[in-house]
Design a binder for this molecule. Structure first.
Ligand code: EPZ
Length: 437
C-alpha cells in the first residue's frame, strides 16, 4: 500500500501537476476559537441510509469533505437525485435504478461498504468491488457478511467482488464477534425493512450508531435498545423521508483540542460534542490541562499539559478512540517523560512514527500494537508526507510544535475528513497555509 502512495506522489510530480502542501510555522502556543464541522462518519452512514427511503430526505450540517463528495457521486450513479446547498444535502432515492456499484467509485472510498445493507434492503441485491485494505489495516468485511447471511443473504464467493442477493431479508438473532461499527450499521439498515424482528447482540455503541438509530426511527423504523450493545429492530413496510441535522464531528473536535495541548495553548472549540469526548478530556486532564465548559463550547487551557501518559489503550466507544491515537502520539513526543499507547482496533496504525522521527521525536513501535514514546524537549521542522487521513492530521499537530517551517504533502488524505483544517487552525491562532507546490 505504501508503494501505491509513493506512486501517487511520483505521478503528481511527473505529470507536472502541482501538489498541495500545508506550510506551518510552529513553535507558539495556540490561542483562539474554532467551530466543529458536521461528523464525517455520522453523515456518511446517514447518506447510505437514504437509499432505503423513497422521497426527499434533507440532511443539515453535512461536512463539505471529499469522502462526502465521493459518496454523493456514488448515489447519483445508482440513480438517486442529489442536491447540495452548502452544508445541506437533499437526497431523493425514489429513482434509484441499480445496485451495481462502479469499481472506480467504490475504490475511492472504503465507506462504500456501508451500502451493503441499504441496497440489499432496497433492491435485494448488490455488487461492488471488495473494498481494499488501507494504510491502517486490512479492513476485512467478514463480520458484515456473516451477519447479513443470518438474515437470508447469499454471498457468491469471489476474490474481487462482493456479490450478494436475497429473496427477502428476514429478521434474525445475531451476535457480532467484535462490535464492528460498519457491520452494526449494515445490520441496522438491512433489518429496518426486513420481515420480522432482528436482535443484534454485541452491537457497536459509537455515537454514529446512536445517531443512525434516531435517524431511522424518525423515518418510521422501530429500533429499541438505542445506545446499548443490544439493538432490537422490528421490520416495517416502508420508511418516510425525514429532515435531520448531522451531529458535530467528535474526532475533528478532538483534533483541535489536541492541537491546543500540543502547543500548550488555550483553545475554545465551539459546538464540540463534549459528552462524546470524555475519554480524551480525561487524558488531557491527567496530562495537566484544565478543561472548562462554556455555553456550547469547551475551553482547554493546556499551559501545563506536559505530563506523559504512562499507558493508554485505544478501545471501542466509550474508550479512547483509535481515530485520535496518532494525534495523541504526536502530542506525547514532547511530554516530560515516557508514554505508551496500545492500539487495539487496527493492526497498522503507527504509520506516522517515521515522519515524527524526522522531526527529532524519540519513539518506537514495540510490536504492531504498542508504541513507546520518550518525550523530547524540542521538535524540528521537516518536510512530511501524510499517507492516511488521521495520520495526516497528526503530522499537522506535530508541525505546530516545531519552531520554523514544516511542509506537509498528501493533503488530499486530510481533505477526506476535514473541511478546511488550515482555516480552523488559523482561527485557533496557528500560522498555517495551504499552497500549491
Ligand atoms: C469505522 O470504521 C470508522 N469509519 C473508522 O474511522 C473508525 O476508526 C472505526 O469505525 C472504529 O471506530 C467510518 O465510520 C466510515 P470497524 P469501520 O468495523 O466500520 C475489524 C476515520 O478515520 N473488522 O469497527 O471499518 C477491522 O479490520 C475512520 O474516520 C473485521 O475484522 O470499523 C478493524 O480492525 C478510520 N471484520 C476493527 O474490526 C469486519 O468485517 C474495527 O473495524 C469488520 C471490521
Amino acid at each position: 500500500m505504501a508503494d501505491r502512495h509513493m506512486l501517487y506522489i511520483s505521478m503528481q510530480i511527473e505529470s507536472g501537476c502541482h501538489m498541495d502542501c500545508i506550510h506551518i510555522h510552529g513553535g507558539k502556543p495556540l490561542e483562539g476559537e474554532a467551530a466543529v464541522q458536521g461528523s464525517k462518519n455520522g453523515a456518511l452512514v446517514l447518506v447510505t441510509a437514504t437509499v432505503l427511503i423513497k422521497g426527499q430526505t434533507v440532511l443539515y450540517n453535512c461536512p463539505q469533505i471529499t469522502d462526502m463528495d465521493e459518496m454523493l457521486g456514488l448515489l447519483k450513479t445508482l440513480g438517486c437525485r442529489v442536491k447540495r446547498e452548502g452544508v445541506a444535502v437533499i437526497i431523493d432515492a425514489s429513482s434509484l435504478h441499480t445496485s451495481d456499484c462502479p469499481a472506480k467509485q467504490v475504490r475511492a472510498m472504503r465507506s462504500s461498504v456501508m451500502l451493503l445493507g441499504p441496497l440489499l434492503g432496497r433492491c435485494g441485491s448488490v455488487s461492488m468491488e471488495r473494498p481494499g485494505g488501507c494504510m491502517i489495516g486490512k479492513r476485512p468485511v467478514d463480520i458484515h457478511e456473516t451477519a447479513l447471511t443470518c438474515m437470508g443473504v447469499r454471498f457468491r464467493k469471489d476474490e474481487k467482488q462482493i456479490l450478494a442477493e436475497t429473496e427477502g431479508l428476514k429478521g434474525a438473532e445475531i451476535c457480532l464477534p467484535f462490535p464492528s461499527v460498519g457491520a452494526t450499521e449494515n445490520v441496522l439498515m438491512a433489518a429496518v425493512l426486513a420481515e420480522g424482528t432482528t436482535v443484534l447482540y454485541n452491537a457497536a455503541q459509537e455515537p454514529e450508531i446512536t445517531q443512525l438509530c434516531h435517524f431511522l426511527n424518525e423515518a418510521g423504523a422501530k429500533i429499541t435498545g438505542v445506545g446499548t450493545n443490544c439493538l432490537t429492530i422490528s421490520g416495517v413496510v416502508k420508511l418516510q423521508p425525514v429532515t435531520f441535522t448531522v451531529m458535530p464531528d467528535r474526532i475533528v473536535a478532538g483534533t483541535y483540542l489536541l492541537a491546543g495541548a500540543a502547543t500548550r495553548g488555550i483553545v475554545t472549540v465551539k459546538n464540540a460534542p463534549v459528552r462524546q469526548l470524555t475519554s480524551l478530556l480525561d487524558v488531557l486532564r491527567k496530562m495537566g490541562a484544565v478543561v472548562r465548559y462554556e455555553e456550547n463550547a469547551v475551553v482547554l487551557d493546556a499551559a501545563r499539559a506536559g505530563k506523559p501518559v504512562p499507558y493508554l489503550r485505544t478501545a471501542v466507544y466509550p474508550g479512547f478512540p483509535t481515530d485520535l491515537q496518532s494525534m495523541l502520539a504526536a502530542v506525547l513526543t514532547r511530554a516530560e517523560g515516557s508514554s505508551a499507547i496500545e492500539e487495539t482496533i487496527f493492526e497498522d496504525r503507527f504509520k506516522i512514527v517515521r515522519e515524527l522521527q524526522k522531526m527529532g521525536a524519540d519513539l518506537k513501535v514495540e510490536n504492531n500494537r504498542k508504541l513507546r514514546i520518550y518525550g523530547v524537549t524540542k521538535l524540528y521542522p521537516a518536510r512530511l508526507t501524510a499517507c492516511e487521513l488521521r495520520g495526516g492530521a497528526a503530522l499537522v499537530v506535530a508541525a505546530l510544535m516545531a519552531e520554523g517551517e514544516s511542509k506537509i504533502t498528501g493533503c488530499d488524505y486530510i481533505r477526506r475528513g476535514y473541511e478546511d483544517i488550515c482555516r480552523d487552525l488559523r482561527l485557533l491562532g496557528a500560522d498555517v497555509e495551504e499552497k500549491r507546490e
